[in-house]
Design a protein around this ligand. Sequence first.
Ligand SMILES: [Zn+2]
Ligand SMILES: [Zn+2]
Length: 231
Amino acid sequence: MVYSDWRHSTLLRCVLCGGCAEPRFGLCSGCARDLPRLDSACATCAIPLPPVPAGPTRQCPACQSRPPAMAASRCAWLYGFPVSPLIQRFKYEGDLGAGHALASLAAESLAGMAESLDLLVPMPLHWRRFWQRGFNQAQLLAETFSRAWQLPTLPRTLRKCRASDRQQSLQRRQRLRNLSGSFLVRGDVAGQRIGLVDDVITTGATMETAANALLAAGASRVVALALARTP
Ligand SMILES: [Zn+2]
Ligand SMILES: [Zn+2]
């Protein structure tokens, strides 16, 4: 039900300012320009780095000393105003227009990743959370990327088998411990180059645990893709 609503949720008015100057994907050009693009970031974990003149791909010190499971991470924006309230409207208030606007714009700005991927896998929600919310935001995002990039999405490949509550108050190390063993892989991912899709990368711990599960199941490469990265 919600998936067809999603496809037709592009609005005629800008989801941010309410203006109707022919919004593209539901955002007027002024508001789209104001979104905080993540132009300078670690290539591996997407943590924001200070801007430098164009140079080679950069890695943050943490990724240099301990490379994470993901081969790369890309986010379209910083998790800051006005991206953060749009994502919250999408996730917690079921505002599909806000989510669809961000998904469509992110599909454009992350399109360069598509050619090095075989398929997309959305980050799963625990069934209890899914039942409460009525949709998995990562699956809706993956469907938009999938359509834009002509790549298959396998929505039930990863299964979350434990609800990991209170993640937001935990440190990264605790989060990894809390998450370990919380994903099951179903289906054949052997040799596949996978784009793992979520709405926000916070510490990267959830992405990393899911990426480890996919690699352990035989995936050849996992790349993290998200709308936004927290600083
Ligand atoms: Zn606007
Ligand atoms: Zn990094």
